[in-house]
Design a protein around this ligand. Sequence first.
Ligand SMILES: NC(=O)c1ccc[n+]([C@@H]2O[C@H](COP(=O)([O-])OP(=O)(O)OC[C@H]3O[C@@H](n4cnc5c(N)ncnc54)[C@H](O)[C@@H]3O)[C@@H](O)[C@H]2O)c1
Length: 359
Amino acid sequence: MEQVAVKTTSSSYNVYIGPVSLGAVKECAENPKKILLISDKTVYSLYGEQVKTLLGEIAPVECLVVESGEEAKSFEEYYRILTFALEKELDRSSMIAALGGGVVGDLAGFAAATFMRGIPFIQIPTTLLAHDSAVGGKTGINHPLGKNMIGAFHQPAGVFYDPQYLQTLSGGEIRSGMAEVIKHAMIADPLFLEWLQSDSKAVMAPDGQQLAYMIKKGIEIKAQIVSQDEKEKGIRAYLNFGHTLGHAIEAYMGYGRITHGDAVASGMLFAAWLSEKVLGADLNYTRLKEWFHSCSFPQPLVPEMKTEEFLPFMLKDKKAGAGKIIMVLLERIGAPVLYSFSREELQALLDRYRKEELN
Ligand SMILES: NC(=O)c1ccc[n+]([C@@H]2O[C@H](COP(=O)([O-])OP(=O)(O)OC[C@H]3O[C@@H](n4cnc5c(N)ncnc54)[C@H](O)[C@@H]3O)[C@@H](O)[C@H]2O)c1
């Protein structure tokens, strides 16, 4: 079994890539007395009973199933989890297990972060995107006015990533996760990006070996960054490459109407275009756009949106302040920088981008 160690200021844990090992679960979660398994409807129907039986060898398991999709990262579902946990008499010797993609991981992680001021939780990711979301300890829910606006840093006790679970993912969900794989390559590893670009088929429909390779690569990059900057005081912000616009697209379109990865892919293209215009970087935007398109990502989405309606969502970004928006740009592949725009500056650039893309 492959293993990646994550060492942050607050805790250290392992990401295991392979079948869930009960011994490792027991050890990292310090023999929990009760387990709350949280999953969504789709994932529970596929793997819920199997995982429940497995974890049942450690301690009694209670299950709570939430709606599938982004809508589940809501106050209502969060409240329902806390009520359920209280009714089932979970306490500080209990553990939460998140079985699902980034939505379940963020939601269950936030419940674990706040229930009785914090109890241990493990991640059992089932999407490709979750190679990103399950590692690093960012947990949270959405507010109608902005994505991930309510949350906490709470590191998992362990991450148990069995690529077998990914076999039932749709092509669209694989592509969504692939956007975060590409993001990791773009901000940190030019050779990895070259490898991805050399084979669009591997990006669109990776086989088991390619998937395991991409997952490990992405997790290693994320683990390295998070280990140096757990609370996003500095370089962790680079992981937001493509996300300032991506999050705004998700909020503007309505949560769940577009996958996180498709929105981020559009955001990365805009950030690459900006990097060329503002920093004079040579990223070959046109080639990048064609490659994204050949991997079936949607064409840049911004041209379809009116800047004045759209910009307010970018200003709600957590990295915005005093009318400024801080975005991650690239001086070159593997060399991210933070760049601060005034509202007016960004508005003008968005308008110019829309015009260029519409022509
Ligand atoms: N915490 C972080 O650091 C971080 C990082 C990146 C993204 N995120 C968050 O992650 C979320 C997106 O995660 P996601 O793309 O995994 O979405 P998701 O959890 O909604 O999963 C996508 C869809 O796939 C289904 N699904 C999941 N696993 C499946 C499987 N094995 N087989 C068949 N269907 C399956 C789900 O039911 C859902 O409908 C967003 O909310 C985003 O904000 C968090």
